[in-house]
Design a protein around this ligand. Sequence first.
Ligand code: PGA
Length: 253
Amino acid sequence: MGTHTRKPIIAGNWKMNMTCTEATVLVETLKSAISGEETCEIVLCPPFTALSTVRDLVEDTLISVGAQNVFHEESGAYTGEISPSMLTDLGVEYVILGHSERREIFKEKDGCINKRVKITLSHGMKPILCVGETLGQRESGETMALIQSQLDSGLKGVSAEEMKNIVIAYEPVWAIGTGRVATAEQAGEVCTGIRKHIAELYNDEVAQDVRIQYGGSVKANNAAAILAQEDIDGALVGGAALVAEEFLGIIKA
Ligand code: PGA
């Protein structure tokens, strides 16, 4: 089975950028340039505060909206957190989980990421589960072992049926926001390894259907080579998603 069964997915992770006012300008620009004939799925992941604004702006377009995280409880005394139903109520379709910045800066561990994956699925949203190695781990040859363990724990208790709603994002930590992009071959090799591991955890059919994105300094000028890799089905874009021409260039690629 070839890549033809997997619809490419380009997602913009805006991180802690964009007020509602700034988001409106960016989304209007993107909307006016998107023809509606794009063959990929386009997802915008603004900060929580701009989700509602962006959702309203993309209504009746092929753009969908994702959040950058969610808390793993339904409701309660968790000051500062956002629940799954707060997101579904806004029309949020995707949730980025286990981003390396969440793992590193906010000390989110595999166990809590797994709870978030499951609660996201149970609310009918689609997790974008991020995995990836640091430079030290790559240099000491631990890349695949680390990624396999992130997949094992992140997907614990997720059924084959639920895997249809999971997107995996391979983001080497050393390539995020550094301008130091993995070569298309390096990225492709790990994504192939991820698909193999999904086949081991589930079966070939699940592995062939799951969409795997690459993320880490993806720009308009390197997207085509990365997206041409057999096992890469899209991109999770940080910095370049804040610049309309760049993000549109990646969509066109
Ligand atoms: P970057 O970020 O494109 O700015 O490297 C990617 C990400 O962190 O999702």
